[in-house]
Design a protein around this ligand. Structure first.
Ligand code: ASP
Length: 353
């Protein structure tokens, strides 16, 4: 009798374990099935200039970013993401100082399982032996599937793009005073989360040398009902090459006190004074003190407006503003990593999540 009971318990336990395994398989395959939502891939293998993206590309990227964030919200999902591009290698070539963009790309690669190598200090490169920069980067491309480059020149990114084989993915992580397309993509995503259409957006600060504003205004130019305000002293106003490309309504002004009350998004920027001889007379004293947000003027803003900044900041946003619900620049910074994950995935055509 006891033997019989033990036998039945054993059978029961075996059944229980098998059921558990079965349920696990079914649930997991369901989860993975749900993950297999095809993302609409932009499939451009280069990210050089923000103007290369259509509105459809941008909305796809935002959608992909949302999906990636939701998958990454649990450890199972994170493990899965790490398998997606684990056979790829990336080279980060940063010839200009960077903390956020560098780390954000490094972490984005890491999330996708991409192994990275880096050159940040040119004194360790064979360029010091007289090798041309183009040759140096051609060499790196032999070891990497993706080159992520930040460079002080406005044009070198185009030279690289023209000279590397088509299957080498290239991302412009900032080219001189001209372009910073991935910053623009993450800024766009951040605005998208608050609603894109019919927004009044003010760019404030050094718009003459600020590459983030140049790149982002070209993206916002594709959105219905946008009105852009370029707010700065006239010496720091945005250049005509960007204005000439705008189809949306825009206004140039130096009256921040008026604009702060009217707009839905305020995009602050710092003085880009590391660029010398770029058309600004450094000896001229230009008063920039009124182009800042602080406890004296923040209450003039609309209640549902948001404040963005590509960072690093100086005194154009006071620290006390950080506590205000409209301050979204830290969130913007975090969004950067996820948008870059989405971008890299789509550049490799990794369309299944
Ligand atoms: N981090 C941004 C850039 O690299 C903004 C800045 O540096 O002011 O352009």
């Amino acid at each position: 009798m006891i033997c019989m009971i033990i036998k039945m318990i054993k059978i029961f336990l075996i059944l229980l374990i098998s059921m558990n395994i079965l349920v696990n398989i079914v649930v997991k395959s369901f989860i993975y099935k749900r993950r297999v939502f095809t993302i609409n891939i932009n499939s451009q293998t280069r990210c050089i200039n923000s103007n290369q993206y259509t509105l459809e590309n941008l909305l796809n990227l935002c959608d992909t970013t949302d999906k990636i964030k939701s998958i990454a919200s649990n450890s199972d999902g994170l493990k899965y993401l790490k398998t997606i591009l684990s056979h790829k290698r990336a080279m980060l070539y940063f010839k200009q100082s960077s903390t956020r963009t560098f780390l954000s790309f490094q972490n984005a690669c890491n999330i996708l399982g991409i192994s990275t190598s880096e050159i940040r200090d040119i004194s360790t490169s064979s360029e010091t032996k007289g090798e041309s920069e183009l040759d140096a980067i051609k060499t790196f491309s032999q070891y990497s599937d993706l080159i992520i480059m930040r460079h002080p020149s406005n044009n070198f990114i185009y030279e690289i793009s023209d000279n590397l084989p088509n299957d080498t993915r290239i991302i412009n992580a900032g080219s001189g005073t001209d372009q910073h397309p991935t910053q623009a993509l993450l800024d766009f995503y951040t605005i998208y989360k608050y609603g894109l259409e019919n927004k009044k957006i003010a760019f404030v600060g050094d718009l003459f040398r600020g590459r983030t504003v140049r790149s982002l205004s070209l993206l916002l130019n594709k959105v219905k009902g946008t009105k852009l305000y370029f707010v700065s002293p006239k010496q720091f106003q945005i250049k005509n090459d960007i204005l000439d490309k705008l189809n949306v309504d825009y206004e140039l002004t130096d009256d921040f006190d008026k604009i702060i009350q009217e707009v839905d998004v305020i995009y602050m920027t710092r003085l880009q004074d590391e660029y010398k001889n770029e058309g600004i007379n450094d000896n001229e004293i230009i008063d920039t003190s009124k182009y800042s947000i602080n406890s004296n003027n923040i209450n003039k803003m609309k209640d549902d407006a948001i404040i963005l900044h590509p960072l690093p900041r100086r005194n154009e946003i006071s620290v006390e503003v950080d506590k205000d619900k409209r301050a979204k620049y830290w969130q913007q910074c975090e969004n950067g990593m996820w948008v870059r994950v989405a971008l890299i995935m789509s550049m490799f055509g990794a369309s299944k999540l």
